[in-house]
Write a protein of this length. Sequence first.
Length: 271
Amino acid sequence: MQQPGRPARTGADEPGQDVAPDHGLEGPGLDYGRVLIVDDDPEIRLLVARFLQRHGYQVAGAPDGVAMMAALAHGDVDLVILDLMLPGRSGFDLCRDVRAASQIPIVMLTARGDEADRIRGLEGGADDYIAKPFSPRELLARVRAVLRRARAASGGRAADNAVVTFDGWVMDLRRRELFSPPGVLIDLSTGEFDLLAVFVEHANRVLSREALMQFAKTRTSDDPFDRTIDVQISRLRRKLGADASGGQLIKTVRGAGYMLAAEARRQHGEA
């Protein structure tokens, strides 16, 4: 991989452990998705992690398949960057294992650039493929594109489990209806519903204002001081009221953003 110098190794690339924050271009508090980097080269893990963090992603690292599976079992992962050549089981085998159990997006990362390997990786379940040496910006573009496709596809599959519950509330994503714990239908604007859907999708995870505008598509201008999100959150808080302990369901995390402090569960069957 082309890189200016060799970054010092730290303990931040242990399996399943988030790499220490490196607030840069996007600033602190963003969460555009959680990425697991699986590569036996600690310098590549660190370099890629720092670059993705500067663009708003939460990142963890794993040096081999054993650590990768432990990280997937332990944490919430939105996308895996998986090296082909690993100690122990190969990236091809690991890709098939992951795909047999889940639809987590996978970007294959390898020093091999021949067509046969690309085809084998894609047929094994990888969503995209990039060969070393690579540009970090190209990797970022591929990560963004794969996550966009995955989220669009998950929206298409949501008809079978479009009802989500949290703290006694029932949210029907297909019919765009919200019911309070006693069963009362709550009137929400389009923007309020979209924003709440983002919180439910990322329950118990801190989201910055910028990330919320990105996910909910509520940006009305390029003004960084646009308060649309804050107004909608204030309205949502009034309509949701207090949680079982008397606190706000949508909590402010000082210096970082907002979080829906509740477990969200999807219900299967007819919505």
